[in-house]
Design a protein around this ligand. Sequence first.
Ligand code: FES
Length: 139
Amino acid sequence: MPVVTVVDFMGEVQKEITVEKGTKLLKALIDHETDIVHTCGGNAKCTTCRVTIHKGVPTRKSQAQQELFEKLIRFGQTQFDHPAIFLSCQVIVDDDMTVSASETFNRVLHDSPGKDVEYKITPDPVWLDHEVPDWWGID
Ligand code: FES
């Protein structure tokens, strides 16, 4: 089964989660009590569940994520133009990966971590190829 390693911004390992292959990343993180915000309930609408994937970047991304990121980039939020930034609610865990959460409930001011999150990807995903450049990733 794949292992998701959660690291902080300094790269320090916070936890290792063994998950069923095919699990939605955000659900795996929540089920293992990882501090991550998910304001829209995992519907690719808010970006609070975004993660940086340091290792094991998926080779596909959902069209819903792509469209949201394109819109945000058009409004000047260029941080979304990065090959390792993903919405964890739009990621299926197929292999080992190392991730860090961008917005945690403890660090960012939110009323609550967010709405309940389903096990399946919502909206129903249309998958697009995702190019992972050679220069990305830590060993
Ligand atoms: S985009 Fe809102 S929880 Fe993922």
